[in-house]
Design a protein around this ligand. Structure first.
Ligand SMILES: Cc1cc2nc3c(=O)[nH]c(=O)nc-3n(C[C@H](O)[C@H](O)[C@H](O)COP(=O)(O)OP(=O)(O)OC[C@H]3O[C@@H](n4cnc5c(N)ncnc54)[C@H](O)[C@@H]3O)c2cc1C
Length: 172
């Protein structure tokens, strides 16, 4: 990062997960200069964070990313995105319909959604790239944060990505 960029950043966000990227978009839209440091060059394909509530989707709407997010949905439109717990067998008599988000739909501005978190993160990265107030350092890791009376300094270093089959420290 050049000195000029360092001086410019009002906020440094360490971690470009949904929270970090959402914050960057929110700040960037308010003309607040921020830098995101995220150790992975691309979102990690881990199956998690599928369900996005109506409240979350309201944020995406105001972040200018609702349409892109809905387009990134992996489940075909004609399939439901609720949840059901079945006991014993999927066809058993004992079931618990726990994800009835449509019941609270009238209280919100927009619909809920379902897609893998890595797809959500990709949409957030795309949106952040459109905002001139947001700079991103993907593939960099924050190693230390030092603070004095005037400012905080975040020390970053290239992240060493582990390839499939390699071991981390302490593993055998
Ligand atoms: C199995 C599972 C299912 C889930 N299902 C749902 C769901 O249906 N709906 C839902 O809303 N939530 C769900 N969650 C929770 C959701 O995944 C988390 O709430 C969400 O990931 C939190 O986002 P985050 O940005 O705070 O953190 P993270 O997603 O953990 O992001 C943190 C980021 O920081 C980066 N990072 C960390 N340290 C550094 C560093 N020193 N330098 C640079 N980068 C760094 C990491 O690489 C990562 O990308 C689920 C979680 C799991 C595990």
């Amino acid at each position: 990062m050049s000195d000029a960029e360092q001086d410019d950043a009002q906020v440094v966000i360490v971690g470009g997960g949904p929270v970090g990227m959402g914050l960057a978009v929110e700040l960037g839209q308010r003309s607040i200069r921020c830098v995101v440091v995220e150790r992975y060059t691309s979102p990690q394909p881990i199956p998690k964070g599928q369900n996005l509530t109506q409240r979350t989707m309201e944020h995406f709407h105001f972040w200018g990313a609702e349409q892109a997010l809905r387009a990134a949905r992996t489940i075909p439109r004609e399939y439901g995105i609720g949840g059901l717990t079945a006991y014993g067998t999927l066809l058993g008599d004992y079931t618990y319909d726990w994800l009835q988000r449509e019941l609270v739909r009238p209280f919100y501005f927009t619909d809920n959604e379902r897609l893998p978190q890595y797809a959500t993160e990709a949409v957030l990265r795309q949106r952040a790239a459109e905002i001139p107030y947001v700079s991103t350092f993907y593939g960099w890791s924050a190693e230390a944060i030092n603070q004095d009376d005037d400012r905080a300094h975040v020390v970053i270093a290239k992240h060493k990505q582990m390839s499939a089959g390699s071991c981390g420290p302490g593993t055998s």
